[in-house]
Design a binder for this molecule. Sequence first.
Ligand code: NAP
Length: 245
Amino acid sequence: MENKTVLVTGGGRGIGKAIALAFAKEGYQVAINYNGSEAAAKETAALCEQEGVSAKIYRCNVADYAAVEAMMKEVADDFGSIDVLVNNSGITRDGLLLRMKEEDFDQVIDINLKGTFNCIRHVARIMMKQRHGSIVNMSSIVGIAGNIGQMNYSASKAGIIGLTKSAAKELASRNIRVNAIAPGFVETEMTKVLSEEAREAAMKVIALKRFASVEDIANLAVFLGSDKSSYITGQIIQVDGGMAM
Ligand code: NAP
């Protein structure tokens, strides 16, 4: 494979890091977006380079429309194309409905939902010019099933499903595919904060009786980014160990 480029938002750590590395292992040039974690992003870029590919880091808050536009242009200028975009950045600000602050709702929607829109919006022009592209969005099982204490987060992840399907319909004629991954519980910083009680409760409903590894998610991202999934678009694929069937 020659000089294909992937941009992974939030690619410095967690699931995004595993996704960046998995694409590097497949020979992609890797653009790693980060917001706060510069050291982690640098480390991930170095690990990608150890796979024999070019890697660069880009600081940008995905919630910032103009900054995302500038980042997309910079990545395309640096690498010559953006063949795959993985919209992985996301945050949680959990709380029960009656305790949820307005800013906790707004921030989660801004980064998770609007951030994903911003990236699709600005990569679309580049992918249209190239006449090809694959966009992989990160939804969540709670965007499908809902969750106590996560009204903001589940709304953002449900919104990403709408974005995915609409963008898939709108961009299909331009040879751009758009899909989403809906992970269940994944072993990352985000789930480290769960109490033992919450973990046990989760295990009860996970058919495979384990949380996903970050590689479980990354493997699907690589498949959806590649031509091996060339007839798949507009799909929300659950990677949840059989949690919600
Ligand atoms: P994580 O370890 O908390 O990492 C979050 C990532 O998002 C970081 O790389 C972070 O980058 C980036 N990010 C946060 N705010 C950003 C902003 N404003 N602009 C750009 N990047 C930003 O989370 P994770 O578990 O790897 O989750 C990755 C994705 O999977 C998220 O969309 C999450 O909702 C989804 N997901 C996770 C699970 C799970 O169980 N872990 C389950 C379902 C879905 P910086 O540190 O540089 O800011």
